[in-house]
Design a protein around this ligand. Structure first.
Ligand code: 4AD
Ligand code: MG
Length: 464
């Protein structure tokens, strides 16, 4: 017997067809001569309505066992639905209960739950409409990302998760060790842990970014991208920070800051366009239930050019915003989330690419501009989210790069292999990193980043 997914039935199921469907019961409604079930298998937001007639063998006993959350296989015939809600429904002829679910204790009773509560039910929360829709949109985004790069001939490369470098130089690293934490080997002066005795013979970390290795690969394959997990031990308990998040990092040889901006803009447009086509039902749900600007935002991204301004222009715009920000807006200090959101959300009402930040507040690898004060950096700022992409043209000049590394108190010796790229066939090159969860947040309108990743990792929280 044909075993279609529910999405298939709802889109193209023909009355008169016999099918077997598998899924979990979302609701049950008992009437005098019938029982209605709503069954969901995760393939789409909508449930399939199933009708059980009281003439079915062992009807009363069966209906008692068909409870919220139970896993079932239902055979029957598709029939045109007299109801307005759906075109097609399933008239059951036989039901198998794979796994019962005690309705007294099932944690997801049929009522609206807060996202905070659902976070305590990480193993069940994707069975709700909103978290289910998030995961489908997340999947569609990932697929659209690969499609975008693959169609342009970029090589997908796999950068290491364990690394010895702090790419961003921000000191937000998780240590990876196999040393006995209760009996740590110490250096001769007994002051510090002796990592030369550790597994890798040196202090190793979880990566904060695959960029440095992506640059290596771009200097062979010209156009590459990474898409993998990254880790930051930054103790920021905000709605936009995770300790473990996924990052997409394209890196292009023979490319400057302008080409980098063009790619970032085309990239976001492609993702929104694709996901809007593939996940319309889910996005309509978000638009209705979570944030009424979701669909308009998608159209806005697809149809309008992003604004492009320099950091210096951004500071001037903030200075004349006619409002008091919590953090100061002086040339030389980094933009805070409130500044980013003002620019994208209120002033331009669309994504803004800010370029050419002060050298002092940006990472060592960014290319020094001719003014010697700023670097060829770019951040893409999105309404509601703030920074969604961070990137730059890279410093390809050996001496300048060595000076920048030293100025930031880092050691050129440790980065000898990175510097070698500037010794042997150096090229202008550029790239960026997209925070994947911030993208999903932006697309769905979900308020908290913890609700757009299946199993969030944040300070004091790593259950499930
Ligand atoms: O701006 P970031 O730190 O840039 C880099 O790591 C570069 N090496 C990327 C590159 O040029 N290849 O991080 C990139 C993006 C940010 O714009 C943000 O969207 C996201 O990663 N991000 C986070 N997302 C969730 N939780 C966090 N703690 C994040 N930190 C950064
Ligand atoms: Mg950044």
């Amino acid at each position: 017997m044909h075993t279609p997914r529910i999405v298939e039935i709802l889109q193209q199921g023909q009355p008169g067809t016999n099918v077997l469907i598998n899924g979990w019961i979302r609701t049950k409604r008992e009437l005098k001569d019938f029982t209605f079930l709503e069954v969901n298998d995760g393939s789409c937001l909508s449930n399939l309505q199933v009708i059980l007639e009281s003439g079915l063998p062992d009807y009363t006993n069966l209906v008692k066992q068909l409870t919220l959350g139970a896993a079932v296989g239902i055979k029957g015939e598709l029939v045109a639905s007299p109801g307005k809600e759906q075109k097609i429904e399933l008239k059951a002829t036989a039901i198998e209960i794979y796994g019962a679910s005690n309705p007294e204790t099932y944690p997801l009773q049929k009522k609206r739950h807060s996202f905070e509560f659902l976070r305590t039910m990480g193993h069940l929360r994707t069975r709700t409409n909103s978290l289910g829709a998030v995961m489908r949109v997340r999947n569609a985004c990932a697929n659209a990302i690969h499609q975008f790069f693959q169609s342009r001939g970029f090589l997908w490369i796999h950068t290491p998760i364990i690394t010895a470098n702090d790419c961003e130089g921000a000191g937000e690293l998780f240590t990876v060790t196999s040393l006995d934490l209760n009996n740590l080997p110490k250096t001769e002066n007994h002051q510090e842990v002796d990592y030369s005795q550790d597994f890798f013979g040196r202090h190793a970390y979880l990566t904060v970014s695959g960029q440095l290795q992506a640059e290596v690969m771009a200097c062979t394959f010209s156009q590459v991208y990474t898409f993998g997990p990254t880790f930051r031990a930054e103790n920021s308990n905000t709605s936009r920070h995770l300790a473990e998040f996924w990052m997409v990092e394209p890196e292009m040889a023979f490319c400057d800051l302008l080409g980098n901006q063009d790619l970032a803009e085309a990239f976001l447009k492609h993702i929104f366009k694709t996901v809007l086509e593939q996940c319309l039902e889910d996005l309509e749900f978000f638009n209705q239930r979570i944030d009424q600007t979701v669909l308009a935002t998608a159209e806005n991204i697809i149809n309008n050019q992003f604004e492009r301004i320099t950091y210096t222009e951004a500071i001037a715009l903030l200075a004349k915003a006619g409002r008091k920000f919590e953090y100061p807006v002086d040339w030389g200090v980094d933009l805070q989330s409130e500044h980013e959101r003002y620019l994208a959300e209120e002033l331009f009402k669309k994504p803004v690419i800010v370029t050419d930040y002060p050298a002092n507040i940006k990472a060592f690898y960014m290319r020094l501009n001719d003014d010697l004060q700023t670097v060829a950096a770019m951040d893409v700022l999105a309404p509601k989210i703030g920074e969604i992409i961070g990137g730059s043209q890279r410093e390809e000049r050996l001496e300048v790069l060595e000076r920048r590394i030293q100025a930031q108190g880092m050691s050129p010796e440790e980065l000898w292999w990175y510097l070698d790229l500037r010794r042997y066939g150096t090229v202008p090159h550029a790239g960026f990193g997209l925070g994947f969860e911030r993208l999903v947040q932006f697309m769905t309108g979900m308020g908290n980043i913890r609700d757009v990743i299946p199993f969030p990792r944040t300070p004091l929280s790593a259950e499930f």
